[in-house]
Design a protein. Structure first.
Length: 327
């Protein structure tokens, strides 16, 4: 595994005068919170920490993170989600391998692995295995070039000891950004030249430029900063209009940001901890969690859906250089 960062112990800060340094605008400058959305529990099951919603090949998948399980959403409400994968370590997120149906690259436990049908995990790297504090991978996504980007964090959710990693098509793993606490995302623009990355603990979303050809990170700016009353930015997706949707953990809300950082839509949820958002089949899907709720409400831990006029591209696949996987 290689390291591309410059050795700093914390995530880079935006220099004074660079970027928008966005602050939460006054409430009167925001669209009203939509409390009339008709949310439906798509899954009868309630999951401890449903996360990582992704649309792949017209199939919506999600993980129950702490239980190491990957599920396929049912094709209609009320049907039981199909379990596709079960690991003995936490499973943060997945992406399918291009040209290899049923096989996945996974952000799991202390590292990144290939989960191939009928085989044990094939580890590409376990960069957090020897860390001083117990660590796990958290969120992950592929960019339009087919690289797999993965975040890590301390299991306690404290301390700026997490990192952002990039898995290239040659399967080499690079640490590209250290000093993160609870990183979520990343989410990419359609061209792959912009990356959004949240640090939930800091209530901040940063936007980076990316070289689409090499995956090298460039300049960054503070895209949005949330007040303590708004919740924490969690899973994200860029829609077909180039706006960023963010699940606000603890805020009972999903929020849409325009490219200039202004808020363009706000949807109220009937449970406090949304964790990721995705689009497919004319619907918005939102995963939620029972995790850290002393008295979970009836919808906590469900995958919720609503009809929506918005849409987003399907998630990208991991595209390794060779279609042949080593044994």
């Amino acid at each position: 595994m290689s390291t591309e960062h410059d050795g700093r112990s914390r995530a880079p800060r935006t220099p004074p005068g660079h970027g928008m340094q966005a602050q939460p605008p006054p409430d009167q400058d925001r669209p009203p919170l939509d409390t009339d959305t008709e949310w439906q529990a798509w899954t009868p099951g309630r999951y401890q920490l449903a996360e990582g919603l992704r649309l792949h090949d017209d199939i919506m998948v999600f993980v129950d993170l702490l239980r190491g399980a990957l599920y396929r959403c049912p094709d209609r409400a009320g049907k039981t989600a199909e379990r596709l994968l079960r690991l003995d370590v936490p499973l943060g997120a997945v992406a399918p391998l291009a040209g290899s149906p049923g096989d996945w690259i996974v952000a799991a436990g202390p590292g990144i692995a290939l989960a191939l049908r009928g085989r044990s995990l094939e580890w590409l790297a376990r960069p957090e295995e020897s860390a001083a504090a117990p660590m796990r991978m958290n969120d992950a996504a592929c960019d339009p070039a087919g690289r797999f980007w993965v975040t890590s964090m301390a299991r306690t959710g404290t301390g700026a000891v997490g990192s952002l990693y990039r898995v290239d098509p040659d399967r080499r793993v690079h640490r590209v950004l250290p000093g993160l606490t609870v990183p979520n995302g990343p989410a990419f623009s359609a061209r792959g030249n912009l990356m959004y990355l949240a640090d939930s603990a800091e209530r901040i979303i940063r936007r980076f430029t990316v070289d689409p050809d090499t995956g090298t990170l460039g300049a960054h700016e503070t895209f949005a900063r949330l007040a303590p009353t708004e919740g924490r930015p969690d899973g994200m997706i860029v829609d077909n209009a180039g706006h960023l949707w963010v699940a606000l953990w603890g805020g009972a809300e999903v929020r849409r940001y325009a490219p200039d950082g202004s808020v363009s839509a706000r949807l109220r949820l009937p449970t406090p901890n949304p964790s990721s958002v995705a689009f497919g089949h004319g619907r918005m899907y939102v995963s939620t969690a029972r995790h850290r709720l002393e008295c979970p409400d009836p919808l906590a831990g469900a995958v919720l859906t609503c009809r929506t006029p918005w849409s987003a591209p399907a998630a990208q696949t991991f595209r390794p250089e060779s279609a042949q996987h080593s044994a």
